[in-house]
Design a protein. Structure first.
Length: 234
């Protein structure tokens, strides 16, 4: 139902794909996934926070369950179809002269239509369980990386190694020592909210380059890998 070529298997890439899926099909009752770190907390004895991964939080806010398979065999039918689809996709793209990710994503819709036309089987029930998006849904805002920060007495917060200053003239609320929520979007936008009010801000300090051996969150995995590859080619 959805297929996309991405830079990496990161949280932001799943946010993009899920946002596109919801726009096209609506909200499913549940997603059935493996135990990738994007979908669940895999660290034994992990404590602190809400205990919920960012992607799980986004699905929870969208009223969508996530079911993680205990073994690859439990998803055997899906995985066999994926293996066949991925194998055929590579060959079909080669025959069509597709050589870039952008060209591949333009090629995929026609490929998926033809693939489903040939291999799809009718379900036992033709009732569509997807729920349409309503005016109360805000998938763009939900499908963002969200972290809480406490505003300093100087009206600054630090996020992703960058120092931000909130405009003191933008709101009548005294934000000192208040918790705000940072929304980091897949397209690079960043918004800061206090409750439901979006706060204007400015950058004070920008991050340095990625350092060797630094632990990188899976939300930034794609960008970090690209940066490392560029350094390796020099």
């Amino acid at each position: 139902m959805h297929l996309k070529l991405a830079e990496s298997e990161s949280t932001f890439d799943y946010f993009r794909s899920t946002r596109n899926y919801l726009a096209e099909h609506g909200k499913p009752i549940a997603f059935y996934s493996d135990k990738h770190a994007v979908f669940r907390v895999n660290k034994a004895g992990a404590t602190g926070g809400t205990g919920m991964i960012q992607f799980g939080r986004a699905l929870n806010e969208s009223n969508i369950d996530i079911i993680c398979a205990n073994t690859s065999q439990s998803k055997g039918r899906v995985e066999r179809a994926n293996k066949t689809r991925q194998d055929r996709l590579v060959k079909e793209m080669r025959l069509a002269g597709v050589s870039t990710r952008e060209e591949g994503n333009q090629f995929i819709p026609d490929f998926l239509t033809q693939f489903n036309k040939k291999f799809a089987r009718p379900p036992k029930s033709d009732k569509n369980r997807h729920r349409p998006l309503t005016d109360f849904d805000d998938p763009d805002r939900v499908m963002s990386w969200q972290e809480s920060r406490v505003v300093s007495k100087n009206l600054t917060i630090q996020y992703d190694k960058v120092l931000f200053m909130i405009d003191p003239d933008a709101t009548e609320i005294d934000l000192r020592r208040k918790s705000v929520m940072v929304h980091d979007y897949p397209d690079g936008r960043l918004e800061i909210y206090y409750q439901n009010e979006r706060l204007p801000y400015s950058h004070i300090d920008k991050p340095s380059q990625v350092k060797q051996g630094e632990i990188t969150s899976n939300k930034r995995l794609g960008a970090a890998l690209i940066h490392s590859l560029r350094l390796a080619k020099r």
